[in-house]
Design a binder for this molecule. Sequence first.
Ligand code: FAD
Ligand code: DHB
Length: 389
Amino acid sequence: MRTQVAIIGAGPAGLLLSHLLARGGVDSVVLETRSEEYVAARIRAGILEHSSVELLESAGLGGRLRQEGDQHRGIYLQWPGERHHLDFVDLTGRSVWVYGQTEVQKDLIAARHADGQEIHYEVSDVELHDLGSDRPHVTYTDKNGLDSRLDALCIAGCDGSFGPSRQAVPAARIYEKVYPYSWFGILADVAPSTDELIYAWHPDGFALHSMRSATVSRLYLQVPNGTDPRSWPDDRIWEELSTRLGHGQNGWKLNPGPITDKSVLPMRSHVRTPMRHGNLFLAGDAAHIVPPTGAKGLNLAIADVALLSKALIASVKEKNPALADRYSDDAQRRVWRCTHFSWWMTTMLHTSGDPFDAELQLSQLRWVAGSRAGATGLAENYAGLPIGY
Ligand code: FAD
Ligand code: DHB
């Protein structure tokens, strides 16, 4: 099989890349280890930045997002006894949207189907070859057990943090920080108890009240690494959320409901550079991981692909390699901004048990919530910098 761009991974990065390439007149074939149903159902991120929404809309993917997504002006930042609203629209003119990654994924799958995009699900043994040459190729075993080969002009590694692409970039410089806590996430069939997200600092640990729709809530608790979600009965989860989110504070109430999903997510920052080796280009989680606080992972994958699609279109169609040559440096600028912001939000809001750290966190929270300069810094980063930053 031959195509112009071989894309490894049908997550948001891989599918959006194939969509943007097709709009630019470049063919691609996507290879994915999981099934289409699995990929579409994975519960992950929930918040889209202003620029991500603009990009999806400009690519013809904004229809359901505008109808079913929920535009938020900002977030609440809280600690015991105090809750402050940060209005991103007032502060920066930019907003965010609550629209689950599962929905983005479904929209992408529908759009690629409508275009007749070739996506091979349930492949295995994916290996990358001859990346330094102008005849790179991928070998794999297809769904029916047949040995297969895909030749391309270039390969996009969009296969997340466990895929083979990142391993195929030699002499990569790797920066990594592992955090001493995890997020316990639940999905519950209950109307959100808040109109916008609540990020709560609490001496017992961080808590976040997010949502997926008018009837589905998404909530997170800071827990020790290695926590088994089955060791937490539902009552204990709601009790802990109520305490940390301030049930009863100024008459506010947390409404509990049936929990439909429980998972524990370890947290780390990981950046590898460069994001290119020969004709292999990395995008999304294949190149970097951020801790979830601040909701950057999905948005960063979208921003990478916005740059990479332009670079590959110029390279394949116009034989102009200038953007491809700059891709890694251009993308890394935003990667480091989001890496810093995610680290900053994480370390400001998660408790370590050290009383000195706790006082510094509270002082910083009071400054961010109380000063227009502090609030604007958070808002600019959360609502997201323009693509190309
Ligand atoms: P992925 O979505 O990981 O897609 C990679 C794809 O490659 C997958 O479909 C995978 O099956 C496929 N693949 C892997 N190996 C191979 C192979 N050998 N061959 C072919 N295909 C392969 N971000 C937030 O902002 N907020 C959150 O709340 C949040 N929660 C998360 C929860 C979890 C459990 C995880 C893992 C991530 C979460 N993230 C969150 C991060 C966010 O979901 C990711 O940043 C985003 O999915 C990145 O998209 P991607 O396409 O780069 O990678
Ligand atoms: C969600 C996840 C985040 O990491 C975050 O900062 C906000 C919301 C969510 O899954 O809804």
